[in-house]
Design a protein around this ligand. Structure first.
Ligand code: HEC
Length: 176
């Protein structure tokens, strides 16, 4: 009897320990994920971005208030075509029968990050190129400059570090 009880207690202690270990591991995993997320969004200051032997100043950290405002506007105006998660259309690289292209993703898998701010703002304000039968609408009557900038800030917050740095570089490089 005594032995049985002792066995039960030991088992209990063992399970508690396992639980505690598990909590520890879960906590550690969360920390690693959090660090990874911050790292991919906020570029630690001080490192110039050098591409093609051309250095530009470090990419500034994103403005979290603008990112939050942009997220709301994005959901309202852009998500229905570009996807709630910025994932774009399936087969977005393949032209539709009318020759137009489906909405591309705005996350790292797309090509939005290949373009400088100026061009992205132009496309959002004035719509896609009519010459290519583009179905990207113009938003200049619905969104002002600050709102467009906030949406861009939100989109940038979803890129990995490389995409963010590349897009920053194409935006500010001298003599493009
Ligand atoms: C009615 C559907 C639709 C809505 C709504 C829409 N887009 Fe688009 N967008 C498109 C399509 C389709 C394209 C691809 C056009 C092309 O390549 O000709 C596109 C292209 C773009 C591009 C160029 C992408 C690149 O990677 O070069 C940007 C930037 C863009 N959209 C931003 C936005 C933003 C920001 C919003 C919300 C304010 C928005 N779009 C809302 C359909 C839409």
């Amino acid at each position: 009897m005594l032995l049985m009880r002792e066995f039960a207690i030991r088992r209990e202690v063992f399970y508690r320990m396992r639980e505690r270990n598990f909590l520890w591991l879960a906590g550690l995993a969360l920390l690693v994920i959090a660090l990874f997320l911050t790292d991919s969004q906020v570029i630690p200051g001080g490192q110039p971005v050098v591409i093609n032997q051309t250095a530009v100043p470090p990419a500034p950290p994103l403005d979290s208030e603008k990112v939050a405002q942009g997220a709301i506007l994005y959901a309202q105006y852009c998500a229905k075509c570009h996807g709630e998660n910025l994932e774009g259309s399936l087969n977005w690289k393949r032209a539709l029968p009318d020759g137009s292209l489906p909405p591309p993703p705005h996350d790292s898998s797309g090509h939005t990050w290949h373009h400088p701010d100026e061009l992205l703002i132009h496309i959002i304000a004035n719509g896609g190129d009519r010459a290519y039968n583009s179905k990207m609408p113009a938003f200049k009557d619905q969104l002002n400059r600050e709102e467009i900038a906030a949406i861009l800030e939100f989109i940038k917050s979803r890129w990995g570090r490389e995409e963010r740095e590349y897009q920053w570089w194409v935006t500010v490089r001298p003599n493009p």
